[in-house]
Design a protein around this ligand. Structure first.
Ligand SMILES: NC(=O)c1ccc[n+]([C@@H]2O[C@H](COP(=O)([O-])OP(=O)(O)OC[C@H]3O[C@@H](n4cnc5c(N)ncnc54)[C@H](OP(=O)(O)O)[C@@H]3O)[C@@H](O)[C@H]2O)c1
Length: 332
């Protein structure tokens, strides 16, 4: 940590306004889903945060269940903050979420008021914080009335436990209902967090338009498709990669010959733009100004430095976009 220089942290980062709000987010944000659990090396987790912050990445994204074990990423982050960044709290945007299973019984997951309020209280204790900047409902709940879930989010803001609220993994129609409800309650939705990458484009089919219409920001998660949209798997499976070390959410079955052929072709397009594939994958999302910030993960600090270079060229010619579309559609 002592070796990481924070002096010029705001010199090169781009900050984008989040929807119609007053809040700006860095074009690249860091997520703590992997690599921050108690199973990981604390020193590495600390260096990832320090590296990101030293480069102007002011936004750190967590959830109640990140680890493993669940909850431990928040504990690790709280410890890193307390030991190294206590005086920088006002320069950071820290988010957490609740929606997935966190504890046993009927109140430990989904979208009831009981679960959301209890879960955020637990998250604040784990991170040793008085408030989070953004609190999300992590996934839609088919059984709880949307009114109850949104009222819980609104209450959390009124109580000062979060400054803003967001939703994640909501399809366009439900997202729109949620935005209307929140607006009526006087707590406009700040942001939506969907899965979006060159390999996962469902948001283009309606959601992005709804976000624009309602002035809600967008922070795509897994922009590198968990590492597939990089050159790392083109010559086998590195021992320190997510496929080799985690295997739960990404495994060898995701690396079919067809997928690798597509990755290889995309890699050639990236090279022709003087970018690495990871950089192009990030730039490809940021070409759309409705995207506020791209939410990456990283296991090594070099990956953060590497991904940041994607911000140097975020424009694409129409030929490049056509070629990428054609590769993704399996037509070239
Ligand atoms: N809302 C939700 O439901 C939801 C769900 C999932 C994630 N998220 C959020 O999104 C964040 C990011 O998700 P993600 O980790 O799947 O994102 P990602 O950026 O698609 O994948 C990150 C992984 O790719 C590899 N990588 C990153 N940069 C690289 C580079 N420059 N070159 C080569 N490899 C690189 C690393 O894996 P290895 O080095 O280990 O191979 C890294 O851990 C999470 O931390 C979380 O905050 C939200």
């Amino acid at each position: 940590m002592n070796t990481i220089d924070l002096t010029n942290r705001y010199e090169s980062m781009i900050y984008r306004r989040c929807g119609n709000s007053g809040l700006k987010l860095p074009a690249l944000s860091l997520g703590l889903w992997h690599n921050f659990g108690h199973v990981n090396v604390y020193e590495n987790s600390k260096n990832l945060i320090a590296t990101a912050f030293s480069k102007g990445i002011t936004h750190f994204d967590l959830a109640n269940n990140y680890g493993p074990p669940p909850g431990s990423a928040e504990e690790t982050f709280g410890k890193i903050l307390k030991e190294n960044f206590k005086s920088y709290r006002d320069e950071m945007i820290i988010s957490s979420k609740a929606g997935y299973k966190m504890w046993d019984g009927p109140y430990g997951e989904w979208g009831s008021k009981k679960y959301l309020i209890s879960s955020l209280d637990q998250s604040l204790k784990r991170m040793k914080l008085d408030y989070v900047d953004i609190f999300y409902h992590h996934r839609p709940d088919p059984d709880t009335p949307l009114e109850e879930t949104m009222a819980a989010l609104s209450l959390i803001v009124q109580q000062g436990k979060a400054l803003y609220v967001g939703i994640s993994n909501y399809q366009a129609q439900d997202a729109e209902k949620a935005f209307r409800l929140l607006k009526e309650m006087g707590t406009p939705c700040l942001i939506h967090q969907p899965k979006y990458s060159m390999f996962e484009r469902w948001v283009e089919d309606g959601l992005m338009d709804v976000l624009k219409e309602h002035g809600v920001g967008c922070i795509p998660f897994s922009p590198l498709a968990q590492g597939l949209l990089t050159d790392k798997y083109l010559h086998g499976i590195p021992a320190d990669s997510r496929v080799a070390t985690s295997g739960v959410f990404l495994n060898e079955k995701n690396l079919t010959p067809e997928k690798l052929a597509v990755i290889s072709k995309l890699n050639e397009v990236a090279k022709s733009r003087n970018q690495k594939l990871a950089q192009m994958a990030i730039a490809w999302l940021l070409k759309d100004d409705r995207v506020t910030s791209v939410l990456i993960g990283a296991s090594k600090l070099e990956q953060i430095i590497d991904s940041l270079e994607g911000l140097n060229n975020i424009s694409f010619s129409s030929e490049e976009l056509k070629e990428i579309d054609s590769i993704l559609a399996g037509k070239s």
